[in-house]
Design a protein around this ligand. Structure first.
Ligand code: PLP
Length: 400
């Protein structure tokens, strides 16, 4: 057994079940293990590495800023935070942003903003605010967030759970409309459910949801931590429905694959509920993160990564459909956020991932039946062909 794997299982909490490969280097769509073997990365760290591994412009922005000024806390202004937030607001059409680090923190920020908005602006009575979420959601791992997870394992053993959340089926706008009441502060939704298994809602779902929310004075909060920043072939997945959410949550790829950077963005009306001392983060908005994130946003535009994601995503999805394997139940996704669901009684998704790994393709199962294909956005047609070729051989072998 590889000594790094042994050591990690001795010293690191067993809260993940990694594939048995030890990675030591990355460049673009490729990563290399400690034996020098090269892999195509179809995971991109759950979409955090949309720009590719160690993008030279991002590495340059990071090292330049690291040698200049890295962390000062928000007790002071810096020359890096404002340009980053201005760019993020201009690109997304939002008015203000609150910087955090991880996705879960930005989701917590959105929940706090929605509750406080309900009390201060909408006029909901103290402690009565409700937030509606979807069945199959994934928004992170804090106690409050797992409180409204529909995944039993995510909640089990972590009670008492946070109250104030209601769940409706994903993709069902009528169900949302039916549970809204005068205490409803917000509806929190992923435009495409990522960890839930790359679940794409029916066409026009988000458009109807936005109308229902605005008719009822309920905030629409879109968690685009995974779907945002070009992943689905548009800047935001909500752009597919021409919807501008009242609150937008970004993370993952926002840090360019180098830093944890997240944002909660919204209108001035919503963000103004936060007064000094109401909320904060020691590292949120630090100049090192801000410099990297701003460069990441510039790269998305200047290198045409969003269009590339749409074009390669279409090609990838149609190539997967053409495989016509009897093991495949469904291919779904948008842009380069793609899930292949296998028939549960025929093959385990984990087995497919292990065999792909042997053939130099890294991916990871989500739940027991879905394999995710979410490579860096600059993946080429030849690289997609290589994945399809290896996958078809794996499936041929497994089909017997
Ligand atoms: C990954 C993810 C999160 C949590 O982000 P962390 O950085 O892991 O805290 C929240 N929402 C969605 C949709 C995600 O995919």
């Amino acid at each position: 057994m590889n000594s790094n794997i042994e050591l990690e299982s001795r010293y690191c909490a067993h809260n993940y079940h990694p594939l048995p490969v030890v990675l030591v280097r990355g460049e673009g769509v490729y990563v290399w293990d400690d034996q020098g073997k090269r892999y195509l990365d179809m995971m991109s760290a759950y979409s955090a590495v949309s720009h590719g591994h160690c993008h030279p412009r991002l590495v340059n922005a990071l090292s330049k800023q690291a040698g200049q000024l890295a962390i000062v806390s928000r007790a002071f202004y810096t020359d890096k935070l404002a340009p980053f937030l201005e760019k993020a607001c201009q690109m997304t059409g939002q008015e203000m942003a609150l910087p955090m680090n991880t996705g879960a923190e930005a989701v917590e920020t959105a929940l706090k903003a929605a509750r406080k908005w309900a009390y201060k602006v909408k006029g909901v009575a103290d402690d009565q605010a409700e937030i509606i979420v979807c069945d199959g959601n994934f928004h992170g791992r804090t106690i409050s967030i797992v409180s409204f997870s529909s995944e039993q394992q995510y909640r089990d053993g972590f009670g008492p759970l946070t109250p104030g959340f209601k769940t409706v089926p994903f993709g069902d706008a009528d169900a949302l409309e039916a549970v809204i009441n005068p205490n409803t502060a917000a509806f929190l939704v992923e435009p495409i459910q990522g960890e839930g298994g790359i679940v794409v809602p029916p066409p026009g779902y988000l458009k109807r949801v936005a109308k229902i929310c605005s008719d009822n004075n309920v905030l629409l909060l879109c968690d685009e931590i995974q779907t945002g920043l070009g992943r689905t072939g548009t800047l935001l997945a909500s752009d597919h429905d021409a919807v501008k959410p009242d609150g937008l949550i970004l993370g993952k790829a926002l840090g360019g694959g180098l830093m944890p950077v997240s944002l909660f963005l919204s209108s001035r009306e919503v963000m103004d509920v936060f007064q000094p001392g109401d909320h904060g983060s020691t590292f949120g908005g630090n100049p090192l993160s801000s410099a990297v994130a701003l460069e990441g946003l510039n790269i998305l535009e200047e290198e045409g990564l969003i269009d590339a994601s749409r074009e390669m995503g279409d090609y990838f999805i149609s190539s997967l459909i053409e495989l016509q394997s009897s093991l495949i139940k469904e291919v779904r996704g948008r842009g380069l956020l793609i899930g292949v669901e296998f028939h549960a009684n025929k093959v385990a998704a984990r087995t497919v991932c292990e065999q792909l790994m042997d053939r130099g393709i890294l991916s990871k199962e989500t739940h027991d039946t879905v394999v995710r294909f979410a490579p860096p956005l600059m993946i080429t047609r030849d690289q997609v062909d290589e994945v399809i070729n290896q996958l078809s051989q794996v499936l041929a072998g497994l089909a017997g």
